[in-house]
Design a protein around this ligand. Structure first.
Ligand SMILES: *Cc1c(COP(=O)(O)O)cnc(C)c1O
Length: 478
């Protein structure tokens, strides 16, 4: 890859980049597009809504979330993992008050990793005992808010935090149960985040003894065992589980196999040292990271296959270690919210750039970009894009979909094929933008964040409205 001074991610696509030319540019691969996506008279429909009508009503760009797709993926996870497991939706992938309500209706638990996510969940009425709070640097206020609300677990991430939480427990204990809004004098339930030395992504995983990252307590260095000792020594804390999170966009369960093996060995030694913890440590949390198809080349395993693998792995490891099999918890974010959302843009300019060897790349500029989807710039992510406002029988042209920001790395879809008759004013749709797109959106170049709508049964409604000029001025002190 030829590096740009601003960094490799601005570089040219590698010569061996394999972008295949789709046989039919109008096809919507069901593995990539929302369950309710289709075409009617050539025009893309989302849960029965014509995308041109949606663009008329809400303006462009907009994100459309197929509500039934989201709910059905919640159900897929609940069914696949069954009653012996807890499925926690990872809020950081995307959260809004409506999502909180849907999750509650579907019976899932919720992981949050900041006071902001926690307050939204509580305000939207999510049962606090089904919330777990994560984060590598939780503030005193975030911890107090979580304890006061009575969350189901705080996943501790540092010795500092154990000390802070023990202090909060002591203060509550000495003030008596009158200090708690829910009147409970229960110990604070905590899990410990263990850095197991596994880093997994798609088909590869790396297993090392040490891991050079900010999260968790190192297993190999003995910090995890010391963390357990300190929690056990704090009368106000109750250790209810061991947690690990090994990566993202994972297709292959073998990384989970290594992490579960290491967590189970830790559990065994913890129980040997602190027999009383055998009663309280009920959960082995394997984290999130289950992958989805961004393009037709991605082949994630079905949820039930992944669930069977993970459950079998934990059972086998516990039997080998002579332990009672604990509850399993998983924390999917992307796999639930990613596939059901598409972003629809209007094309503003089209420019053909001549590359070496007479090759042409068509730059198709849309009315959003890295402010509504930074994943391509940040992670070199791949996406699928199609012409949505009509079908076309024209030949495919090698194209790149770019945004309107003043930044050459502002790429939405790096390498794709779009029909040769693509025109200014056409609508294009980008698939699988539900996770880490709106959640990571910014106001770069002072663009307003787009609206996010829900589509279901031929109807649509706003979940989040478009930001206005007034919104963008709100912080100015003039
Ligand atoms: C990010 C994260 C998740 C969710 O990851 P996905 O790839 O969206 O499934 C789950 N658990 C923890 C601790 C995380 O940090």
């Amino acid at each position: 890859m030829r590096a740009h001074p601003a960094g490799p991610r601005h570089g040219e696509i590698p010569a061996d980049h394999t972008s295949f030319v789709p046989a039919d540019l109008n096809e919507l691969d069901p593995a990539v597009w929302p369950r309710g996506a289709g075409r009617s008279g050539g025009v893309m429909t989302l849960a029965g809504n014509d995308v041109r009508d949606l663009a008329m009503t809400y303006g462009t760009p907009f994100l459309a979330m197929d509500e039934q797709d989201f709910r059905s993926r919640c159900q897929d996870f609940a069914d696949a993992f069954g009653s012996a497991a807890d499925v926690h939706y990872a809020a950081k992938a995307f959260l809004s008050s409506h999502i909180v309500k849907w999750l509650a209706q579907e019976g899932l638990s919720l992981d949050v990793c900041s006071g902001g996510e926690l307050r939204l969940a509580l305000r939207a009425g999510f049962p606090p005992e089904q919330i777990a709070l994560h984060g590598s640097n939780k503030s005193q206020v975030e911890l107090e808010t979580a304890v006061e609300a009575g969350v189901g677990a705080i996943v501790v991430d540092s010795f500092d935090e154990i000390g802070r939480l023990a202090g909060i427990a002591d203060a509550r204990g000495s003030a008596g149960s009158a200090s708690t809004s829910n009147g409970s004098s229960r110990r604070i339930p905590v899990m410990i985040r263990v850095t197991v030395g596994v880093e997994a992504h798609t088909h590869e995983f790396i297993a090392t003894a040490h891991e050079d990252q900010k999260f968790g307590f190192s297993l190999a260095g003995g910090d995890a065992a010391e963390g357990v000792r300190r929690i056990a020594a704090a009368p106000g804390l109750e250790l209810i589980g061991l947690h690990s999170h090994i990566g993202s966009q994972i297709f292959d369960p073998s990384g989970f196999e290594v992490s579960a093996h290491r967590l189970v060995l830790l559990l065994k030694s913890v129980i040997a040292d602190h027999p009383e913890l055998a009663q309280t440590i009920t959960t082995l949390d394997l984290g999130g990271g289950l992958g989805i198809a961004y393009t037709s080349a991605d082949t994630p395993p079905p949820v039930d296959a992944m669930a069977k693998s993970l459950t079998a792995i934990v059972e086998r490891e516990c039997q080998a270690a002579g332990l009672v099999v604990p509850r399993i918890a998983v924390e999917p974010g992307r796999a639930i919210v990613g596939p059901g959302t598409v972003t629809v843009y209007e094309i503003g300019t089209i420019k053909d750039v001549h590359l070496d060897g007479g090759v042409v790349r068509r730059y198709v500029s849309v009315d959003g970009g890295m402010s509504d989807n930074i994943r391509t710039a940040l992670y070199d992510a791949d996406y699928t894009v199609v012409l949505a406002s009509r079908s076309s029988a024209a030949l495919p042209v090698r194209s790149r979909v770019v945004g309107k920001h003043c930044e050459s790395g502002d790429i939405v879809v790096r390498d794709c094929y779009l029909p040769a008759d693509l025109a200014v004013g056409d609508l294009v749709a980008v698939a699988a933008t539900g996770a880490y797109c709106y959640a990571m959106a910014s106001n770069y170049n002072r663009l307003p964040r787009p609206p996010l709508i829900a589509v279901t049964g031929g109807t649509s409604r706003l979940l989040l409205r478009r930001e206005t000029d007034d919104d963008l001025m709100l912080l100015e002190t003039w």
